[in-house]
Write a protein that binds this ligand. Structure first.
Ligand code: NAD
Length: 488
């Protein structure tokens, strides 16, 4: 049985009150680990350690030291990639193929930020000859990093790499449903002899996250998760006006025009919605199809759905695993029922698959609801499960209006062979990412984040590093002279 601990001030330790939490397998509800469940008191110790480390020798590190550190972390992630992938699948239910992809992306993220950090240099500004004026980037300080259960280590990597690379110290708090890979990752960091307190792990629930958001000793909170927690973090952060980064939910339209390559569009519509059983903030669960091809398109999807192989993520033939928790399972089924009650038509799924192996665990069939209209709850709210809701549109204007009519703005996709239309749509859609004739790709080099209620700030890319820095204007007068402003 796996047992996890907290990592505070360079020491592995149990929570002050010895709290633990049973971690359940989403595939069969068996107990797979006992995780340390911290309280606010543990979070305070971790914050104090991070504060001391930031105010101490860590400030003296150079960009070369930190670039080397990130590259070493990438090497260790590569070394343990298979172990990490298996842990991620065990804890989240996602397929091994999906987890292996995550681990490759995590190492790439550390290497990308290592390169970026190494290329950092301040700017010398034009100024009078007796003045040296420089623009410098400095670390923000102590960073509280709070991550969700759907991409536990990937989301952590997007925060840890730029935070450490920019010279900050960190306290990371993964979701208490999925702490296992972040715990193993911390074991890798512990191999590296960093000064105590530079990297701290506190596993626990919302209270621990709230302590990070409220603490006057935390200078920045970066959060990925739902809108409800995001709102409370934003309010809590006003105590010391700490920097905040919020990556929140999405309701992401996947818009298919009649002139699209329909073989590709059908295939990607499945990937957009059922990858990681739809538990992706950018999942393309809101399918919008042009009227003239709507019936044919739905027919082709309906044919494919029963052929999706649902099963344990460790089995080679599995294409879709379970959802992560009992709570999610119940919520998704509730949303499907709400859709049906509002007039949507259930074409496939909407229930636990039949068969003994699916009796335990959080299994759901891939689900297709049609006859959905933009006003329905299922077209507006995040479902976060393997559910496609299909809407019909008659013109480009109608598609655009309906797609933008959401409080969210994370990601959208457009399928068409008409480049002019593709360009018009991608400019007019109010989303942080717009894919044309594709779905899901992201790169460390490109920014990730949302418009509107999908969040504040961006991760990845140069801006993902800049968010962990303060900008300073350093002005040095080399030849000060009395100026006599108030007379002699
Ligand atoms: P959640 O908001 O319940 O929890 C996220 C994290 O915040 C967890 O670690 C949790 O313990 C902590 N937390 C909960 N309440 C808190 C509070 N009041 N103060 C501080 N911390 C608190 O979200 P979740 O259910 O774990 O994740 C699913 C959500 O995450 C979905 O809405 C999804 O869209 C979103 N998400 C967004 C992105 C993105 O890049 N935009 C990526 C992945 C997931």
């Amino acid at each position: 049985m796996i047992q996890t601990q907290l990592y505070i001030d360079g020491q592995w330790q149990s929570p002050i009150d010895n709290g633990t939490r049973a971690i359940l397998s989403p595939a069969d509800e068996s107990v797979i680990a006992q995780a340390a469940e911290a309280t606010r008191a543990d979070a305070r110790l971790a914050i104090a350690a991070a504060r001391k480390a930031f105010d101490g020798p860590w400030r003296q590190t150079t960009i070369r030291d930190r670039a080397r550190l990130l590259n070493k972390i990438a090497d260790l992630v590569d070394r343990d990639a298979e172990k990490l992938a298996r842990l991620e699948s065990l804890n989240t239910g996602k397929t091994l193929t999906e987890s292996r992809t995550d681990m490759g992306d995590i190492a790439a993220t550390f290497r990308y930020f290592a390169g970026l950090v190494a290329s950092e240099s301040g700017a010398v500004n034009e100024a009078p000859h007796h003045v040296i004026s420089r623009t410098l980037r400095e670390p923000v300080g102590v960073c509280g990093l709070i991550t969700p259960w759907n991409y536990p280590l990937l989301q952590a990597a997007w925060k840890i790499a730029p935070a450490l690379g920019a010279g900050n110290t960190v306290v990371i708090k993964p979701s208490n449903l999925t702490p296992l890979t972040t715990h193993h990752f911390t074991q890798l960091v512990a191999e590296l002899d960093l000064p105590p307190g530079v990297f701290n792990l506190v596993t626990g629930g919302a209270e621990v996250g709230a302590e990070l958001a409220e603490s006057l000793d935390v200078d920045l909170v970066s959060f990925t998760g739902g809108a409800y927690a995001g709102e409370s973090i934003m309010k809590a952060a006003t105590g010391n006006f700490k920097r905040i980064g919020l990556e929140l939910g999405g309701k992401n339209p996947n818009i298919v025009f009649a002139d699209a390559d329909l073989d590709a569009a059908v295939d990607y519509a499945l990937n957009a919605a059922f990858f990681h059983a739809g538990q992706v903030c950018s999942a393309g669960s809101r399918l919008m199809v042009e009227d003239s091809i709507y019936d044919a398109f739905i027919g082709r999807l309906a044919e494919r759905l029963p052929r999706i192989v649902i099963g344990n993520g460790f089995h080679g033939e599995t294409q879709m695993g379970p959802v992560q928790s009992a709570q999610q399972h119940e919520k998704i089924l509730g949303m499907v029922q709400a859709g049906i009650a509002e007039g949507a038509r259930l074409v496939h799924g909407g229930k636990r698959p039949a068969g003994d192996v699916y009796k335990q665990g959080y299994w759901l069939e891939p689900t297709l609801l049609t006859d959905v209209t933009a006003e329905m709850k299922i077209a507006k709210e995040e479902i976060f499960g393997p559910v496609i809701t299909a809407e019909r549109f008659r013109s480009e204007e109608e598609a655009l209006r309906a797609a933008n009519d959401t409080p969210y703005g994370l990601a959208a996709a457009v399928w068409t062979r008409d480049l002019d239309k593709a360009n018009r749509m991608s400019r007019a859609l109010r989303f942080g990412t717009v894919w044309v004739n594709d779905y899901h790709p992201y790169f460390p080099e490109a920014p990730w984040g949302g418009y509107k209620a999908s969040g504040i700030g961006r991760e990845l890319a140069r801006i993902g590093l800049d968010e962990y820095t303060e900008l300073k204007h350093s002005y040095i007068n080399l030849a000060p002279k009395a100026m006599g402003w108030f007379g002699a």
